[in-house]
Ligand binder design. Structure first.
Ligand SMILES: *Cc1c(COP(=O)(O)O)cnc(C)c1O
Length: 389
């Protein structure tokens, strides 16, 4: 065999995700895993029953339609109307995907040419860098800095070049919990219009926003509908992260482009689950408000526990993650800290530095999730509190 590396140079250095390493560590040490963001309680029983019913009655057991089943496309369009007053035609302006992950991949593979520049918030959700690289494009980070993690829009303006094709947004933002304000969204939209940029916006945490913050889809701002691909997913909203049912909404032209890439990635997925998610999206408002109130309570529980254990805590406005700084504990390096934490006290967390191109920017930051049972959060903070002792 030649010396040529097997992994192509676009993906060189991407290795395995930090979640694989840390979740393996959690299993090996029997630790409480506050690393990877998946709930330890499944979503609504009636939605799980709808999925079982679909399987047993032969709905979706064979290849569903390429763009998604009409029931789900209709429910997504209704949800965008009900929550945000956004109108999308279920036939042509809604596309069902294998989770938000495939929606992100298909959008970037469809819309980018090699050499295009993509501006994205850093710290990045980990699939962004890989998908931008697979598309042969260049990622240009707009670094969000502690303590507020607000984006600097003057800096954003200065990063735009003639090669910039697309802004990749994520609000509510994982891992920092930052939620873009209407003013910030207007500022970003104005730049997109002025420079004729496309926007791909990852809104998987749209329903995990804690007052007074509110989620505003950038697609709802003037001039944005025709240039925005909006992405969301059922995983986070309905606590079924294993089902991998996501969707894209956008203009007919944008959705057609994304569909072209999507059909050669998975073609289709999750047939029976699509029926169940269509029902989930039509749950009454009380489902969404109760879910949010429950998570906000859990956020406050973990927030208080982390502060008591000596962490600097950056209170999130959305998502189910809290970013902390470990400097007050006399620690400097989050990666080192997370690698030894399971042995020291039986808790797993994620170092934010892996989400940065510039690891210095997030070196002392560590992320914990709070989408866990109260008793699990309580036990984790008890263990973290006894760490120094
Ligand atoms: C979890 C997550 C995703 C992936 O969503 P799936 O529907 O599970 O593919 C995408 N973006 C962000 C920011 C996430 O946190």
């Amino acid at each position: 065999m030649s010396d040529r590396p097997l992994l192509n140079r676009r993906l060189a250095g991407m290795g395995t995700t930090i979640f694989a390493e840390m979740s393996a560590l959690a299993t090996a040490t029997g630790s409480i895993n506050l690393g990877q963001g998946f709930p330890d309680t499944d979503g609504p029983r009636e939605i799980a029953e709808a999925a079982a019913h679909a399987v047993l009655t032969g709905k979706g057991n064979q290849y569903p339609p390429g763009p998604g089943i009409p029931e789900l496309r209709g429910a997504v369009a209704e949800h965008q109307q009900r929550c945000y007053g956004l109108t999308y035609d279920p036939d042509g302006e809604v596309l069902v995907t294998a989770g938000a992950t495939e929606a992100i991949a298909a959008s970037l593979l469809a819309l980018l040419e090699p050499g295009d520049e993509v501006i994205a918030f850093e710290p990045f959700y980990d699939s962004y860098a890989a998908c931008i690289a697979m598309a042969g494009a260049r990622r240009i980070p707009l670094t969000l800095r502690a303590p507020s993690f607000r984006p600097d829009l003057e800096r954003l303006r200065s990063l735009i070049t003639p090669q910039t094709r697309l802004l990749l947004l994520n609000s509510p933002h994982n891992p920092t919990g930052m939620v873009l304000t209407p003013d910030e969204l207007h500022g970003i939209a104005a730049l997109a219009v002025e420079h004729d940029l496309l926007v791909v916006t990852d809104e998987v945490y749209e329903h995990l926003v804690f007052g007074p913050a509110v989620h505003t889809p950038i697609a709802s701002l003037p001039g944005m509908r025709e240039r925005t691909v909006s992405i969301s997913s059922s995983g986070k909203t309905f606590s079924f992260t294993g089902w991998k049912v996501g969707w894209v909404t956008g203009s007919r032209e944008l959705v057609a482009a994304v569909r072209t890439a999507k059909q050669y990635l998975t073609y289709v997925s999750a047939g029976p689950f699509q029926y169940a998610v269509a029902e989930a999206l039509r749950l009454p408002d009380s489902y969404f408000t109760d879910f949010r109130a429950d998570l906000q309570r859990k956020r406050d529980l973990l927030d208080a526990g982390l502060r008591a254990a000596g962490f600097e805590v950056y209170e999130p406005q959305g998502t189910y993650f809290i970013t902390t700084d470990i400097t007050p504990l006399g620690e400097k390096d989050g990666l080192e800290f997370c690698r030894t934490l399971p042995e020291r006290c039986g808790v797993v967390a994620i170092p934010n530095s892996v989400f940065y191109d510039d690891p210095e920017a997030g070196r002392s930051q560590v992320r914990f999730t709070f989408c866990k049972k109260d008793e699990v959060i309580e036990e984790a903070v008890r263990r973290l509190g006894s760490m120094g002792a």
